[in-house]
Design a protein around this ligand. Sequence first.
Ligand code: TPP
Ligand code: MG
Length: 286
Amino acid sequence: MLTIHDEEVRAIEERAQAMRRDLIKMLTHAGSGHSAGPLDLAEIFATLYFHVMNYKRTMPQWKHRDRLYLSCGHVVPIQYVAMAHAGFFPKKELMTLRRFGTRLQGHPEYGTLPGLENTSGPLGNGSSQACGAAYALRMNTSRSHVYCILSDGELEEGITWESALFAGKEKLHNMTWIVDRNNIQIDGPTEVIMPLEGLRAKFEAFNFHVMEVDGHNVREIVDAIGQGHAVTEKPTVIIAHTIPGKGVDFMEYDYRWHGKPPNTQEARVALAQLRTLNGKIDSESL
Ligand SMILES: Cc1ncc(C[n+]2csc(CCOP(=O)(O)OP(=O)(O)O)c2C)c(N)n1
Ligand SMILES: [Mg+2]
């Protein structure tokens, strides 16, 4: 059973906000990259890395670790930030995002950075990779859990539903998908480009155990993941309702921030808004 105390919730909220600040700095420094999705996934990544997942940062290949598969590879900057905060590599390396030859490319590449489980970028593929891992781990009677982060836009990829067919058929109860339901994709709102609703009923029809949470509410995320662990006959999907660009008012709900970084002036405004929870402004320079 997964539980969490109020102080731990507070610490993860603070962590998520600090992660957003680092994200803004690295995107601005890189001069390219995605803002909206990574900002809205801060609580989810902070909760996974700082409360839920079992791993050893000094032994990234530890056999009994939980696995995190990132399917929507373009949001990887927030995963890099979470990993740096968790001690997988020095925080100063975050500023090498998207530089030629570095370990922090714009989309994750397996084998370059210890702790990354998969290569992604072509949308949809991570869900099938996660299914393969969950299937293999179960064959080995492993107790490790597989998490997969998907975006809502990538649910338009056929491969996602092929993976879902397989997961439902094989009753992969050792796997939890978390869908970033932020309602935007690259060039507009999902419900205009390619409607996904009723999403819950679709996943239920594929034999998933479905839950919906506020993706910025740490306690709801933890409770849903814990409930998913207790399900024995189905894979779990958590539809996490999020606000794209969360925390920066001129980015929130605006799909045009899908794949654009802030410039220096915009970053200053963003950092002033992304205060610590007790109201302090981050004085670190860009
Ligand atoms: C197979 C494939 N088709 C197209 C793209 C280009 N692409 C990258 S992100 C994206 C938008 C997908 O929507 P979503 O992931 O929900 O965007 P976000 O919420 O992060 O803004 C697209 C079309 C891709 N990476 N892979
Ligand atoms: Mg989206």
